[in-house]
Design a protein around this ligand. Sequence first.
Ligand code: LLP
Length: 470
Amino acid sequence: MPSTDFAPSLSGQAFLSGPRSSSPNQNIVPLTAQANAQGRLEVGGCEVSKLVERFGSPLYIMDEATLRQACQQYRETLKRSYPGDSQVIYASKALSCLSLCAVVASEGLGFDVVSGGELYTTLQALQQMGLTPAEAAAKIYFHGNNKSVQELEEAIAAGCTIIVDNWLELETLAQLGSQGLTEPIRIMLRLTPGIECHTHEYIRTGHLDSKFGFDPNQIEAVFTTVSQHPQLHCIGLHAHIGSQIFERQPHQDLGAILVEWFAKGLNQGLPLSELNIGGGLGICYTEQDDPPSIEEWCHAAAQAVVKACEARQLALPKLIVEPGRSLVGTAGITAYTVGSRKIVPEIRTYIAVDGGMSDNPRPITYQSRYRALLANRLAEPCTETVTLAGKHCESGDILISDLNLPTAQAGDILVVLATGAYNYSMSSNYNRLPRPAAVLVHDGEANLILRRETYADLIRQDCLPARLIS
Ligand code: LLP
């Protein structure tokens, strides 16, 4: 059982007034989070309890300032630390919707998509922003270890860069490319670098026993095959080693390994010009988490690539990084309404909220830990330790174990922090709960970015054959 971190007497207000880093991923709360004069939580200049009154509960709230700051820090640090060309692309799996794409694109970032659905969402957003198909295509990189033929055709039609993951995909693309396309297909190759990093087993991808990417033993054969297909224009190499990483060394090692392979590819005649070192920088969910800042991480990774290129006298490739969590994670919070309470004498007190594993599957999937505050009672000291339960018919639907709070009453607004990444995007309708709405807050304004699902939405895909009701 996790230990208790909040000093029992510490109020939410005291917690909020603690030191803040300018790097969003090093804080648990959004940059604009503060207690107002009534002792209530405000984010983006909007009072959370009022947002819940207006938009309903549960509610995902995204702070635009935090998101923009993270985008800017990635972009500007790479520009400063890397003398070659560079590009930050947003791993949209963390949260893919039109408005997020619009904010991220307006900060000059590109996109990593991993499915036809993410590609469609991103293209729609960019088109609505007025980008031409060619401008949109230049921003998008399509990943995935088992893209369907239809998805590959969609990616080719869109003209985006396809990150080839395996032999079947290479063969399929070579075949699709020989069917009268006017342009060669722009591809990159995903390699498995064999780098171990300390993160949850499910979110580690760069070790050799991973379902992603070509095995390093096969690199030369892959390069040879690619060079035999002029319809495949291979512009670069890619690797992603995992997620929620707190060390800098793995990405430095990765930079060096990728440069070595890059040199090999050039020697074999491939027209390589881009190097993508993936994402993976961690964020703070609790006080125990201690990630480097965005600047520290970018600088370390960029320098590793520069050093490795200098050692081989290679011209600097375009350096691509593709963070997800560290761009949107800290920008997001989830507001719930407190409901029932169950006291199991001498064991624990459960407090239940009106959501749970359907809007945040991370605790039950990865045993992830979170912090929470009573948004409408920040000035009150914590008086009890509770177990925060969701409302699903599943005993494991626990959002936070051992959470210190003021004595919560039904109707209080409870906010779980750092839920911007992999919460909405991994949400479900388990128990037929409609997905919550999401709002984007900025300078006192709140805009709906994802509508709350209705009961009608829940049966939209249902079919009822006539013979069952006649
Ligand atoms: N690039 C590739 C190829 C990836 O697979 C991922 C994440 C990223 C970039 C972005 O990684 P980030 O910067 O967000 O760490 N659902 C899990 C995380 C899975 C990450 C999957 N790949 C979670 O909730 O922790």
